[in-house]
Design a protein around this ligand. Structure first.
Ligand code: F6R
Length: 352
């Protein structure tokens, strides 16, 4: 059942601290700073990694790609339906990772099969034991989110991000002890966001807008895309996400006093630039909601602040996304949408 919540989505958002703990269990030795993923035993460090995925899982790929690149591993993410193994460089050092909660998404399966035929090693990063992806790939790494009933992916996205964080550390020559420590603290960070009830008020105050924009830089750019996807999916409102720097290259034309902008403002050197983008939209009258770990410096520039705890830049997107999940949820709730079963969508998309 829904454990007292009105919707499965709300319940699954609340389950994230537990899901993250389950994902990490037995896989991290913080003291030695090591990651152990027996599923990958014997796998040589790939010369390059290609992520193939759809929707929310695609956004997880964009997140994971950055972690790998930062560790010197070439990585690229593809929308699975656009992936053609004949058009990308594949050799026996290529690892193609299908990120798929359900393990059944037709687009992702086709991409994985094509990659396998072209000689890549394939890895399924999935939530569902014995799913098609789990059975057909050379290797499988479970994200351990537990069953997700709501059509909107929430806890599975957090579990994908955490699993990708482990994967990045496992594939790199050296693991980052500080990164692992922050991953271990992540359930607490997420819990503190869940305990803070400010998001509902902000969502309700903004429920009457024409459209919603989401911006973030660097590690937070994929979360901006995900925030917009979640909102459009369950609220039926128009929402778009952009890397913050892209605003001025077109989308700014759409910004009015009736298009709230959600800005993830974090990541040290990136803060000043993102504040610059925030000021651009405010000059057009748009109300801005900052999701930030630095409320003191950011609050003077925005109408609303949704605070997140301070952590490493690579962990911020996991926490910030929880605020955006709650924004989508409370906005859809204010509009009385059928949150768990949005129109036109299915939990598992098994057609090409
Ligand atoms: C969004 C959502 C979809 C899925 C996409 C991929 O909330 O649920 O965008 O993320 O259909 O599904 P999986 O991960 O099962 O391959």
């Amino acid at each position: 059942g829904k454990s007292g919540y009105d919707h499965y989505m709300r319940k699954e958002i609340a389950e994230q601290p537990r899901a993250i703990r389950d994902c990490l269990r037995g896989r991290v030795t913080e003291l030695e700073g090591t990651v152990s993923l027996p599923e990958l035993e014997g796998l040589e460090t790939p010369s390059s990694v290609q992520f193939v995925a759809c929707g929310t899982s695609y956004h997880a790929g964009l997140f994971g790609e950055r972690l790998l690149r930062r560790r010197g591993i070439h990585a690229q993410t593809f929308v699975a339906s656009e992936y053609d193994a004949a058009e990308v460089p594949i050799d026996d050092g290529t690892l193609v990772v299908g990120i798929t909660q359900s393990g059944e998404t037709a687009d992702t399966m086709r991409a994985l099969r094509g990659a396998g035929r072209a000689g890549a090693t394939t890895l399924a990063l999935t939530n569902v034991v014995a799913s098609s992806a789990a059975r057909e790939c050379d290797r499988v790494l479970y994200i351990r989110a537990g069953p997700e009933i709501s059509v909107a992916a929430t806890k599975s996205f957090a579990s994908q991000q955490v699993t990708l964080s482990l994967l990045a550390n496992a594939l790199a020559d050296t693991t980052s002890r500080a990164h692992l420590r922050e991953l271990r603290r992540l359930p607490e960070y997420v819990q503190s966001v869940l305990d803070d009830t400010g998001t509902r008020e902000v969502a309700e105050a903004l429920a009457d807008a024409d459209a919603y924009f989401f911006i973030g830089r660097g590690d937070n750019a994929p979360v901006a895309l995900e925030g917009a996807l979640k909102l459009k999916e369950i609220s039926y409102e128009h929402a778009e996400g952009f890397p913050a720097g892209e605003l001025k290259h077109g989308p700014l034309a759409l910004v009015t006093p009736n298009t709230p902008v959600f800005a993830i403002v974090s990541g040290r050197s990136k803060t000043a630039e993102t504040i610059g983008n925030v000021n651009e939209v405010r000059a057009r009258g748009a109300p801005v909601v900052a999701v930030t770990d630095d409320p003191e410096s950011v609050a003077p520039h925005t109408e609303y602040v949704l605070e997140i705890p301070e952590t490493r830049p690579s962990v911020v997107p996991i926490v910030a996304n929880v605020q955006l999940q709650l924004v989508a949820y409370w906005l859809a709730n204010a509009l009385d949408r059928p949150i768990d079963r949005p129109r036109n969508l299915a939990k598992s998309v098994t057609v090409l």
